[in-house]
Each structure stands twice: as structure tokens, then as C-alpha cells.
Design a protein around this ligand. Structure first.
Ligand code: FMN
Length: 184
């Protein structure tokens, strides 16, 4: 499969997402779409070099129109995964805003019927996470964050709790289980 993998500016589930990307790259083509914040946060968590091993589109090298998003209109990818997905990027996608690399790619993917999988950082009422220095702390996502996820689910977007669920979701899609990934 040709997988476009978006990484937004989230520390939560970042290392876990990269682990899954590395596993998938053995069997699939994986291209990374890295938000500007994603680049900064990955540097803080010490994983930017690891991400740089993949073919990559960096928002920091883009202007305002994001030409690489056209690849979704031209069906150059079979699926678009954003993991981890910040509450910022999720909100933009839900509301139809397309003014950042990832929200623009997601918008084009949805408008071109390319399946979209999101692994949001704010997916439940309480999330335990880790700062770059290793300190553990809790975040309490807002009602609006959770409402965005429900609305996106209703639109056919696949919402997963953890990146480790991505491979079996892709596998199911490949086998034509259209109720797992709504292709039409
Ligand atoms: C160290 C660090 C970790 C962060 N982790 C998260 C996170 O887990 N979830 C989240 O929604 N935002 C997180 N943020 C905030 C986002 O980076 C910020 O909202 C940014 O504007 C998101 O841009 P993007 O959605 O285009 O990547 C974090 C910021 C920093 C500095």
C-alpha cells in the first residue's frame, strides 16, 4: 500500500507512531507529512532524525498553498494516516479549515475519497502523557475536542486510540472490509 503518514505537533503517542511507521515501511511505501509544530516537537523528544529517514514533506519548507496535497487528489496514496493528531489539526479537519499542511492534505483526501485514519491525542476524558523531560502528567481534553471526533466518525473517518491499531486496520482495508474503512 502507498501510505501517507502525517505527524502533527504532539508529544503524546509520537514515539509509538514512529515505531509503527518503521514496522510498516518493511512492507509498504510510507511517506511522511510533517507539520511545522511536528518538526519542533519531534526535535524536543529527540526523534526528528528518526523521522528524517523516511521520504518526507516538511511544512516548514512550504509556502501557503501546499502543492504536495495535490497527490491526494491524484490518488497517489491509498490511505492517509495522521498519528499523532493534535487537537488543533483535528479541529481544523472537522471544521473544513485547510490552512496547514496536514489540514490541507486531509481536506483533499476527504474530497477525493482517500480513506483517512486519525489517531488523536485527545481521544478520551483523561489522558496520561509525558513531557520531553520524561515527567508524567495528565491532560483533560475539552468537550469540543471529543465532539469533533464524533462528527468525523459520522463522516466516515476512522478514529483509533493507538497507532498500534493502524496495521490491522490497513490489513482489513486491503482485504476489502469496507465497513472498517469506508471507501465510498
Ligand atoms: C512539547 C510539546 C508537546 C505537545 N503535545 C501536544 C499533544 O500531545 N497534543 C496536542 O493536541 N497538542 C500538543 N502540543 C501543542 C501543539 O504542538 C500546537 O497546538 C501546534 O500548534 C499544533 O500544530 P499542528 O496541529 O499543525 O501540528 C504540544 C506542544 C509541545 C511544545
Amino acid at each position: 500500500m502507498r501510505i501517507a503518514w502525517g505527524i502533527s505537533g504532539a508529544g503524546h503517542l509520537l514515539k509509538e507512531s514512529i515505531e509503527v511507521m518503521e514496522t510498516l515501511s518493511g512492507k509498504h511505501e510510507v511517506k511522511v507529512f510533517l507539520s511545522r509544530a511536528g518538526e519542533e516537537v519531534a526535535r524536543m523528544y529527540g526523534v526528528l532524525e528518526q523521522i528524517g529517514d523516511f521520504p518526507i514533506v516538511r511544512e516548514s519548507k512550504q509556502g501557503f498553498a501546499f502543492p504536495p496535497c495535490g497527490a491526494f487528489n491524484l490518488k497517489r496514496f491509498d490511505v492517509f494516516v495522521i498519528s499523532p493528531a493534535t487537537s488543533n489539526t483535528v479541529a481544523k479537519i472537522r471544521l473544513g479549515i485547510a490552512d496547514s499542511l496536514l489540514s490541507c492534505c486531509a481536506s483533499q483526501a476527504l474530497k477525493s475519497k482517500v480513506p483517512l485514519i486519525l489517531v488523536p491525542t485527545d481521544s478520551k476524558h483523561i489522558v496520561e502523557t509525558r513531557a520531553p523531560n520524561g515527567q508524567v502528567f495528565m491532560i483533560y481534553p475539552r468537550k469540543v475536542d471529543l465532539e469533533h471526533l464524533e462528527a468525523l466518525r459520522d463522516e466516515g473517518v476512522i478514529i483509533l486510540e493507538h497507532p498500534k491499531e493502524v496495521p490491522r486496520t490497513l490489513e482489513a482495508a486491503k482485504e476489502g472490509v469496507r465497513r472498517v474503512i469506508k471507501l465510498d
